[in-house]
Design a protein. Sequence first.
Length: 375
Amino acid sequence: MLSDNLIYKSYYNWWKNINKTVLILIIILFGLGLFFSLVSTSLIASDKLNTNSYYFFIKHLLFIVTGVFFIIFFSSLKNDDLIKVSRLFFILFLFFLILVPFFGVEVKGSKRWIEVPFLPRFQPIELLKPFLIVILASVLSYENKKNLYYKFFLSFLILTPIILLLIIQPDVGQTLLTFLTWLSLIFVSGINLVIFFVFLVLLCFLLVGAIYLFPNKFGYILTRLQSFFDPTSGNNYQSEKASEAIISGGFFGKGIGEGTLKNRVPEAHNDYIVSVISEEFGVLFIIILMIIFLFFVYQVFKKLYSEDNNQSKLILVGSMSIILLQALIHIGVNIRLFPTTGMTLPFISYGGSSIVSTSILSGIILNLTKRRIDY
């Protein structure tokens, strides 16, 4: 009875102190993702896989249920415990990322996934990203080291092996996302802008050099860039169909279940979910979705003005940066603003690793935006 009362009191205090506006926005976004999973995958499951038409929907629902556990767990931790737990998970998923080149599952020429007994196949970098942000923020806010550029260098040393492991896979989309998130953290930490842009240009040259020096490994990047700048090259089938879907959907869409993109492009419910939504529900719904994302960012960033802890500020900046950057890249690819990257849309796209990763980020964000009352 006593333990039951303690559990009740603990979660009553959790509910009382949590930022309910941020929580509601997270629920809305995950709910929309579940709905679009139903309308975009039911025909694929029944026609192409010859299985239950709710196969993907049920899996998506199970991923979200798993994600809810992580949201509650990470949002209920105390600050010190959050950092300690994040370090342990960082080491664990970094270990899995190191194993990918040796024991990873190859899909379409890339080794990005790994299989562990009793667990579904997962993408280690997705689960590593939330904890990488916590680690980088901890290094950049380390009070015993006053030299800011030493902190930048140390954070870059932590980032470098992860970037190299992603390049080996290869996974340029996640490499770009991870690197841009690190740049956003050092930018808000107060780096000299001249050094910042010189460093950025230098890395761009290194990327171009890697593409031309190792064409067997990175030639596909050049192919995607060529198809992006030259639509007549014939290597942009998916992008063309995605653009056609958005145009055909118009402002109000064709209607639920009337879209064809989900049957014409592989993994449309992952990489091209914005085009799928736009075709059936119209550009208007995409605008509404973007407004929800921006309001979510606004609500979290409001907390930064009242937060005194520099570490918490940086974790919030990093967490929101990775969600916002990933959303922008995904939407940019769908409207042919960027070359194809295979980036999912946070909260919305189908995919277990992506959903769990976003859930962990959501739990960390809820933790750092709640009222600070010890209980």
